[in-house]
Design a protein around this ligand. Structure first.
Ligand code: MLT
Length: 409
């Protein structure tokens, strides 16, 4: 008899963004003439930067010729891309990361979801609340939690990120072994300063813990004093893994390219307390279960680091930040308090009502999709997240419709 991994029975209904898509599709089928504007999932809408497209085309042409054709590439990624990442994203910020510490992949979602496979089932895990649901759901699937109770999974330590602490959680009171952090934050759009990040690194060092640092949104940071990588904090190389993506920076959500940094100095411990380097284990996992990102995609990603590519990537993020500023301004003007959107593509809005109810009101009265905060955790109840990933015209129109809809509530 084929038996189920019963941890799947603990999961809440469907994955957050699938649930939203389902509701929106049902509504659209019932109202075929209504034009719906999507400010829900953080999916980019603008074309790839020209520099990336040119490199992409060129690489596709190479695949059309026997002499330049490529079969399997290195699972960890081509050296040409790993070198660019190390140079531009790390060494340029005085973070000592070498190319062979970088693992190219097809997405930060997959990497943040898969990385937990390396840890024992009884490690104590701290996750922020609200949080990108992938961190929690993948640990539930693996069996690291007990049942869902009162809006939370038993067995996890929740790090509350609320207005009371300005959305930067406090260190856990109890001892934990694994900590998920994400800055600029999804969903709140909040950033962290170096002074706020340093105690997390110190905590991890003192407790032999590991930080999984999701930095998928660093391209949106406009204040140079804010850390763009956890490795800008001394000692982080020994206790942190970092995830980054070309999705939100260079518009690769449909093209798929990301990377994970596992410094060679980073440690993990066996049940006897013996230290091991973490790097070979991720390397082993990656080369066993993954066959590399396609050559043309890696060439396109590499082009994001050329002088033209960098400028075009900056223009893309500027474009979305302009939307975020408009969302923040309009939402505040109509009397809702909100945070984020200055160094992040998300604006976190206090709804003063149930999140899903607010979502339904916006969908039905304004034809606008947002993301209910409750889908990110208990502390997200009473909030919604607006994504800035859409055209200026659509965002302006959506905000006009939202203003009208909320006025008539
Ligand atoms: C989001 O909307 O939170 C993200 O787009 C989801 C993702 O990157 O997988």
């Amino acid at each position: 008899m084929i038996r189920l991994n019963e941890n799947y029975l603990k999961l809440q209904a469907s994955y957050l963004f699938s649930e939203i898509a389902k509701r929106v599709n049902t509504y659209q089928a019932e109202h075929p003439d209504q034009k719906i504007i999507r400010l829900g999932i953080g999916d980019v809408t603008r074309a790839l930067p020209n520099a990336c497209i040119e490199a992409f085309h060129k690489a596709v042409d190479e695949m059309a010729n026997d002499t330049t054709f490529r079969g399997y590439g290195p699972e960890q990624g081509y050296a040409f891309l790993r070198e660019k990442v190390a140079e531009h994203d790390y060494r340029a910020r005085n973070a000592e990361i070498s190319p062979d510490e970088i693992f190219i992949s097809d997405g930060a979602k997959c990497d943040t979801g898969n990385f937990q496979e390396l840890f024992a089932l009884d490690v104590r895990i701290a996750v922020p609340d609200p949080v990108y649901p992938v961190y929690v759901d993948t640990n539930v699937m693996a069996g690291r939690t007990a049942a869902w109770k009162d809006g939370r999974y038993e067995g996890l330590v929740y790090l509350e990120s609320t207005a009371a602490n300005d959305y930067v959680p406090e260190l856990p009171k109890e001892k934990v072994d694994l900590i998920y952090l994400c800055f600029p934050n999804n969903p709140t759009g909040r950033t962290i300063t170096k002074a706020q990040l340093r105690p997390w690194v110190e905590y991890a060092r003192e407790n032999k813990a590991l930080i999984l640092y999701d930095a998928a949104y660093v391209e949106f940071i406009r204040d140079d004093s804010l850390p763009q990588s956890i490795y800008e904090i001394d000692g982080a190389q020994e206790v942190a893994v970092e995830f980054r993506s070309f999705s939100k920076t260079a518009g690769f959500t449909g093209t798929r390219c990301a990377y994970t940094v596992v410094p060679k100095r980073c440690k993990i411990y066996d049940s006897q307390g013996n230290a091991h380097a973490l790097h070979p284990f991720w390397d082993r996992r990656h080369s066993t279960k993954f066959n590399g990102v396609s050559y043309p995609v890696q060439r396109a990603a590499e082009a994001a680091y050329s002088p033209e590519g960098k400028q075009q990537v900056r223009e893309l993020s500027d474009y979305y930040l302009k939307n975020a500023a408009l969302i923040r301004e309009t939402i505040s003007k109509i009397g809702f308090s909100c945070v984020g959107g200055d160094h992040a593509p998300y604006v976190w809005v206090k709804t003063n009502t149930d999140s899903w109810q607010f979502f339904d009101v916006l969908l039905q009265r304004a034809g606008v999709v947002c993301t209910p905060g409750a889908g990110f955790g208990k502390c997200g109840e009473g909030y919604v997240r607006f994504s800035a990933f859409n055209s200026h015209d659509n965002v302006a129109k959506a905000l006009q419709q939202v203003t009208e809809a909320l006025k008539n509530l």
